[in-house]
Design a protein around this ligand. Structure first.
Ligand SMILES: Cc1cc2nc3c(=O)[nH]c(=O)nc-3n(C[C@H](O)[C@H](O)[C@H](O)COP(=O)(O)OP(=O)(O)OC[C@H]3O[C@@H](n4cnc5c(N)ncnc54)[C@H](O)[C@@H]3O)c2cc1C
Length: 307
């Protein structure tokens, strides 16, 4: 029995029957699955390879009354040093197929956004250029309504196929997805994205490539991509820019343990070397306190905390 009182052997046995032994890992360090390179072990880490397997995994986890967490590329996550008690269901290593039909491209949830935008470019389909440097999965991007450089998922999605906690599959049109700034119905209703269909425009591959290259250069110049992070640590507060407030508060370079406010872009907390989740939390708290004290603005984290 685990600390949380359930029979791990029985759970992993059932999961292995569905996804194969190699796709069920025990005590898997989450630091291996997050762009922050931080996070303790997940009790069970399971990798379904198609929608049917995902449905069965959910059914098994539900019957075992286990908590579970759906993982994409881990690029917006701060996992605690104690890790996660329950099952992490990793979609970014399994649900990876892409198809297209005319102006539409359908990607399973685990497809990296970068790959989706590369594919669209090769097909001469315009619209996904904004996403070429976002290191998340299609599923995670729908959950967050990820966006950059004036574009976001709401602009390009046609529909999303989801599964809910009771195992019911549903296709939701973009108009019903309630997409807002870093939020969505997927997030509000704890839905799991299985696949997403993008409606794009016919364009010229060379022009699309040029736009992607331009955005990549802008990103490389401004963001500390050479260090592990989870992107922008804070949401943009109404009427302000988080990075500017943090710089103006004199917090660039502020460091606790291995975590620090980036010198290149104050909106990013980076893992300089061996940072713990506790280090990052301490930096976040201090930045929030100081920015509030100096400017009266509350910075809300954009990064998701697990648990
Ligand atoms: C260097 C860097 C730059 C970044 N730049 C940007 C940017 O320009 N714009 C931007 O918006 N973000 C940016 N991000 C943040 C991040 O890449 C996005 O938020 C991305 O959409 C997260 O996707 P993910 O697959 O990594 O999700 P994860 O981090 O794995 O998960 C985030 C949340 O999404 C949920 N989730 C994941 N997959 C699914 C699914 N299939 N169904 C339901 N829920 C799911 C998880 O449960 C979790 O709650 C950046 C991050 C980094 C490290």
């Amino acid at each position: 029995m685990s600390d949380s009182g359930y029979d791990l052997r029985s759970l992993t046995g059932k999961l292995s029957q569905v996804v194969g032994e190699g796709n069920v890992l025990l005590d898997e360090p989450m630091s291996k699955h997050t762009t922050f390179k931080i996070g303790g072990p997940a009790d069970v880490f399971v990798i379904p390879e198609d929608t049917g397997e995902l449905e069965s995994v959910l059914e098994i986890v539900r019957s075992a009354h286990q908590s579970f967490f759906v993982l994409g590329c881990g690029s917006d996550l701060l996992v605690s040093d104690e890790g996660y008690r329950g099952a992490v269901i990793d979609l970014a290593d399994g649900l990876l197929s892409v198809g297209y039909d005319g102006h539409c491209m359908t990607c399973q949830a685990g497809v990296p956004l970068k790959e989706a935008s590369e594919m669209a470019c090769e097909l001469g389909l315009e619209g996904l250029e904004f996403a070429c440097g976002i290191p998340g999965s299609v599923g995670g991007a729908c959950f967050m309504n990820a966006g950059a450089y004036g574009g976001c998922m709401a602009d390009v999605l046609e529909s999303v196929r989801t599964i809910n906690s009771a195992g019911v599959l549903q296709t939701i049109a973009v108009a019903d997805l309630d997409l807002g700034y870093r939020t969505s119905r997927v997030r509000k209703e704890n839905l799991i994205v299985v696949e997403a269909t993008f409606r794009l425009h016919r364009g010229v591959s060379e022009d699309i490539r040029a736009r992607m290259d331009e955005l990549t250069v802008r990103r490389e110049q401004k963001q500390p991509l050479e260090l592990p992070s989870a992107g922008s640590t804070f949401k943009r507060p109404k009427g302000f820019y988080a990075g500017k407030l943090i710089t103006d508060a004199g917090l660039q370079g502020y460091q606790v343990g291995g975590a620090a406010v980036s010198m290149k872009h104050a909106g990013f907390v980076v893992n300089l070397r061996g940072a713990t989740s506790a280090d990052v939390h301490a930096v976040i708290r201090h930045v929030q306190d100081e920015v509030f004290r100096q400017f009266g603005v509350h910075l809300e984290p954009e990064v998701r905390f697990l648990p």
